[in-house]
Design a protein around this ligand. Structure first.
Ligand SMILES: Cc1cc2nc3c(=O)[nH]c(=O)nc-3n(C[C@H](O)[C@H](O)[C@H](O)COP(=O)(O)OP(=O)(O)OC[C@H]3O[C@@H](n4cnc5c(N)ncnc54)[C@H](O)[C@@H]3O)c2cc1C
Length: 416
């Protein structure tokens, strides 16, 4: 077979994914040890850094980030603020939230300054198989084009979020056109014409707000259904979770079940920023959106031209599109890339989250995990940009100094 992209047969470190977490890791590794250059490879089917992140912002026409300007992939927290000196109107109130274009340009600068443009191998990793070992662990990565790479260490930075689909969707009896019921991750507002259409948006997070605003801008009438009350919060978790204020108690808690509860309480379902909530209220007054709180869909039926939807309070509505903004979940047991690792090195799992060691390493082998799956050791912001920096503080010392011993972060946990 002929391969269009040649990859090295063996590598020291394979980083899977080229999103903001992988970029943050790469900049931190290079800062700590320049000699790591040439020893690692990054895999992402897009062949580019940050592609999924930027695509999501573009598809939902998100004007700026939710997180303040200190959160970004450069090791220097002030680097983005410095970069923005000539573009002050692209930092949005109340806490200098970087505009989407500013953030994209900044990341491009981070990539160019370190000459990382050519680092991403444009192939997905299909499987990670641990090889039998005596002294050193190794992995056999099978790539999307069937090429095989042997890696001594692996960092999984694929985002790993799985979309959450409510039960009533799976119970829909009739077949329906796919574009009439979509999850937020597959919606691209830029491609839609919605004049005169009725769009039902399900969910109360910031993404619901972006979808509602985007649909209205395209001439739709929106009905927003939130199973709880519309929650207004600046950030998805309190800033106290970025430092010792809350993390001290989190790490002092050795029971992972309790940690999961702390994570859930800290994130507390979806919330919208006050700015988006204000926009929605204005649209309520203009008659473009109706917001129903404490309301859940129980049944949806495709009538051939449009939907009929039934809610738990007995109310019924008709609409043309249903958009699910019902979030994502992290579950290590359903992550295909971890299937062989889980079989070879069974470890405790609590509510879908693996109990990693304090370096975010899978106990027993040299595989590290970043992002939402590392939440038991990073805290509620593990999936966010801030979580990437926090993950690096734990992973980088273990990678540049492989002798850092395995240290279980918690004791007495039940196997999942
Ligand atoms: C709409 C939206 C807005 C957000 N805004 C903010 C914000 O303002 N501030 C904040 O802190 N957080 C924000 N987040 C949360 C978080 O920062 C992002 O989800 C971020 O993209 C997570 O980065 P990541 O690198 O873990 O994952 P991703 O950005 O998803 O990158 C993972 C990469 O891995 C690649 N990949 C997947 N599988 C494979 C495979 N098998 N082989 C090779 N490559 C693979 C994908 O192609 C992708 O490019 C937002 C999230 C969303 C969805």
């Amino acid at each position: 077979m002929q391969f269009t992209t040649t990859v090295p047969e063996t590598i020291d470190l394979a980083i899977i994914g080229a999103g903001p977490h992988a970029l943050t890791l790469t900049t931190h590794l290079l800062q700590k040890r320049q000699s790591i250059r040439g020893k690692f490879s990054v895999f992402d089917p897009s062949g580019k850094w940050m592609s999924r992140f930027l695509q999501q912002f573009a598809a939902l026409e998100i004007p700026h980030l939710r997180s303040p300007a200190v959160h970004h992939p450069d090791p220097n927290p002030f680097a983005l603020r410095k970069f923005a000196e000539s573009r002050p109107n692209e930092l949005f109130p109340p806490y200098d939230l970087p505009g989407t274009q500013l953030f994209a340009d900044f990341c491009e600068d981070v990539i160019q300054v370190r000459q990382l443009q050519e680092q991403v191998i444009p192939l997905a990793v299909k499987s990670i198989e641990p090889l039998p070992h005596h002294l050193r662990s190794r992995f056999r990565l099978c790539l999307q084009d069937e090429q095989i790479v042997i890696a001594r260490r692996v960092v999984l930075a694929t985002g790993s979020a799985q979309i959450q689909i409510p039960d009533w969707v799976n119970q829909i009896q009739t077949s329906y056109p796919q574009d009439r019921l979509c999850h937020s991750q597959t919606i691209d507002l830029r491609k839609l014409h919605l004049i005169g259409k009725r769009v039902l948006v399900v969910g109360g997070g910031l993404t619901s707000g972006h979808l509602a605003v985007g649909a209205i801008a395209r001439g739709a009438k929106v009905h927003l259904l939130i199973r709880r009350q519309l929650a207004e919060k600046l950030f998805d978790a309190e800033p106290g979770w970025l430092g010792p204020k809350y993390l001290k108690d989190f790490f002092a808690q050795s029971d992972c079940e309790q940690r999961v509860i702390m994570i859930q309480q800290a994130r507390n379902g979806g919330s919208m920023t006050p700015a988006i909530a204000t926009q929605l209220r204005q649209q309520v007054r203009s008659g473009n959106i109706r917001i129903d709180e404490n309301c859940q869909v129980v049944k949806a039926e495709w009538l051939g031209e449009n939907w009929r939807v039934e809610c738990n309070d007995g109310s019924q509505y008709e609409c043309d599109y249903i958009w699910l903004s019902t979030g994502t979940k992290f579950d290590v047991t359903t992550e295909p890339l971890l299937r062989d690792i889980l079989a070879a090195y069974p470890i405790p799992i609590v509510k879908g989250l693996p109990v990693l060691d304090t370096c975010l390493r899978w106990p027993g082998c040299e595989l590290f995990i970043m992002g939402g799956l590392a939440a038991l050791q990073v805290g509620p912001t593990a999936r966010n940009l801030s979580g990437a920096r926090m993950a690096c503080e734990k992973i980088v010392p273990a990678i540049v100094k492989p002798s850092v011993a395995f240290s279980p972060s918690v004791t007495g946990v039940k196997a999942g």
